[in-house]
Design a protein around this ligand. Structure first.
Ligand code: HAM
Length: 409
């Protein structure tokens, strides 16, 4: 027997429906903001992620599903969406022709992490990338857009943390100060952080083991005047629209960020970020495109579903159509299709089974009503409508059935 690969999952029933609900919330809000969908491939050249996600990140160093294809190219399953979006933006000439773009994507990402609660090897991200807008208004809109989606979907308890990581002008001095400070206690660092100290010291503040030891007294980022102004403006625009906390130790796990970074966090779990993002003004240029600013985020769909206290899916009225004999099948089938055409969720058509089995199936799928067509109904052009919760049954002309059901909805 074939078995599911560890760290992967089958999603069905209400779990699948609730993910669709989240996607629907996101699509609805994306429309309000005028954001267009971009579908990018699941597989890219591995090099793309090494260059953009960053070769000092855990994602690239340890978590990529990379492989050689038959043509001898080294490919990788995407661990995140941003690099592919930036590649597509450059390659499809948006950068030259229409640099201001707002993209969204919904798709699965792959990271070979140690599986645990809230951490999967294949997971869904809903992401957004705003290109060509360096204004703080883009950062603020990105954050508020995320809030609107999370709210529409129904997550209530979450915290929003924001920080500014500075730019190519002010970050190097901060990095140096941080290395100097952490080097004093470097013997106590975990193996990962010893490596990070050389390659990406900011990430030490993010480490579950070493972060708390150094975070409190670590030197704080000294932003240059332009970065201060930018960050202040972001905060002004967010004021009274969303509750947020400034967190000087919020560094994020990817290499490309500049200036604003943010996370939405829920729950006490270590994997508590339901979404994260920030500005990456240098990435498009470093990947061979023009010097164009960008800001974006990605929301982890499974974690966001987990953070919603309300576990029930929004219920829709469901009808099940039953035929009592072979003679009635065609009429029952026509009714079934007519209901669907009238936007009423209808199932049925199990006409090679007896009435008892059909009614049992109606029960199994949680139908609210059964439409029953027997020979009496056939003769009088009517349909029996049975309320499956109360047992009450009435007869209606077939031509009026959809109207009757619509009133019940
Ligand atoms: P990220 O923080 O690596 O950012 O991932 C975003 C979200 O994806 C996380 O907050 C989390 O909810 C979810 N996530 C990450 N790894 C896993 C996992 N193994 N299992 C379940 N959920 C997970 C990015 O990916 C950036 N591309 C975001 C971005 C877009 N920044 C700018 N633009």
């Amino acid at each position: 027997m074939s078995k599911l690969v560890r760290g992967f999952k089958d999603i069905f029933g209400e779990d699948a429906q609730i993910l669709s609900e989240l996607e629907n919330s996101a699509r609805k809000i994306f429309k309000l903001y005028g954001i267009k969908e971009l579908r990018i491939p699941t597989v890219e050249l591995k090099e793309l992620f090494v260059k953009s996600t960053g070769d000092t990140t855990d994602i690239v160093q340890k978590e990529m599903y990379a492989f050689e294809d038959a043509g001898g190219r080294t490919l990788a399953l995407r661990p995140e969406g941003t690099p592919g979006v930036v590649r597509a933006y450059i390659e499809n000439n948006f950068a030259q022709a229409a640099p201001v773009q707002q993209f969204f994507y919904i798709g699965n990402m792959f990271r070979a992490e140690r599986p645990q609660a809230g951490r999967y090897r294949e997971f869904e991200q809903i992401g957004v990338e705003f290109m060509g807008n360096s204004s703080p208004a883009a950062d603020a809109a990105a954050i508020l857009l995320l809030k609107d989606i999370v709210k529409d979907f129904g997550v209530k308890n979450y915290k929003v943390k924001i920080n500014s990581l500075g730019c190519a002008q002010c970050r190097p001095a901060y990095k140096r100060a941080l290395i100097e400070y952490i080097s004093i206690g470097k013997e106590t660092l975990c193996e990962k952080c010893k490596e990070r100290l050389k390659r990406n010291p900011l990430r030490i503040l993010d480490c579950k083991i070493d972060g708390p030891k150094f975070a409190e007294n670590a030197p704080k980022q000294k932003l240059c005047p332009a970065c201060v102004e930018h960050f202040e403006e972001v905060k002004t625009l967010l004021k009274n629209k969303i509750d947020f906390e400034e967190d000087a130790n919020l560094v994020r796990g990817l290499d490309y960020y500049t200036r604003t970074v943010f996370e939405f966090q829920a729950g006490a779990n270590a994997q508590n970020a339901i979404a994260g993002g920030g500005r990456y003004d240098g990435l498009i240029k470093s990947m061979g495109g023009p010097d164009i600013a960008a800001v974006g985020w990605a929301l982890g769909a499974e974690r966001t579903v987990g953070a919603r206290a309300e576990k029930e899916i929004k219920k829709e009225l469901k009808v099940y159509v039953v035929s009592m004999s072979k003679k009635c099948n065609e009429t029952a089938f026509n009714i079934l299709q007519n209901l669907r055409a009238a936007n009423i969720t209808a199932e049925g058509g199990l006409f090679d089974k007896n009435i008892k089995t059909q009614m049992k199936q109606a029960d199994k799928i949680g139908a609210d009503y059964a439409v029953i067509i027997g020979e009496d109904e056939l003769a009088s052009n009517s349909a029996a409508l049975k309320n499956l919760k109360t047992g009450e049954q009435n007869s209606y002309p077939q031509a009026e059935l959809t109207e009757v059901l619509k009133k019940l909805i």
